[in-house]
Write a protein that binds this ligand. Sequence first.
Ligand code: CU
Length: 286
Amino acid sequence: MRIETSRLRSVTALSTAAVALVLGISEAAAGTGAPSPWEMSMQGMVTEVGRDLSNFHTYLVWLIAAICLFVLALLIIIVVRFNERSNPVPSRTTHNTMLEVAWTIVPVLILVAIAIPSFRLLRQQLVVPQADLVVKATGYAWYWGYEYPADQGGGFKFDSNMITEAKDLKPDQPRLLGADNPLVVPVGKVVKVQVTAADVLHSFAMPSFGVKVDAVPGRLNETWFRAEKEGVYFGQCSELCGNGHPYMPIEIRVVSEQQYAAWLAEAKQKYASVDGSGSLKLANAQ
Ligand SMILES: [Cu+2]
């Protein structure tokens, strides 16, 4: 009885989820910048690449659903029409040229229909447009370090650690996602992010921007984004890197140009005094 009740409950939950998916309710419920309860689709996107990525994902889900339903229909037809009871004398058909041509060409066409938007999206992600700002992100076990180059008004670097005490979290910072020193960027600007790691493999990921790039020691990868909306966005290290892996969030604050200028001036003071900036000066001199 108990098992039946729980089965009934999971069936109800599943059908509710299916209905929600079909009606696109999950799309509306999806949080932007951070995950939200009962979210089933991707997070709301605030970059063009992110939106295209999310649309490509939806397109693939529908394509896969159509293929699954078609195969299921074929299976049902075969079970009903060609079972042993209805066909005591089995058919001896072995070949059907038209059918064989069809089941070769149709999958090829489906793959082409996937490949074209897929390569278009890859190109969009990998070809970085003229950048307004360059930021370097370095993955450490287990936190992120950010560096703003001197020739763009920066010339400082700082570490970004997860906030561990609940009392230190700001109202807009979820637990396990809030960072003490977030990355701050201006809205509507092309930000190029150079990504590397200092010890083991990490991955720099920001779901609402459609960004995910490996952080590999000894290698400088790059990605880019142009956030269209001011706000606070959260991501996480997305390459299993050790026992602190879930505790190295990425927090990006997208602010207006004036706010960014104010932050930059403040950050220059703050991080220069914290960091000693000796090593940075040396790096800049080289
Ligand atoms: Cu990790």
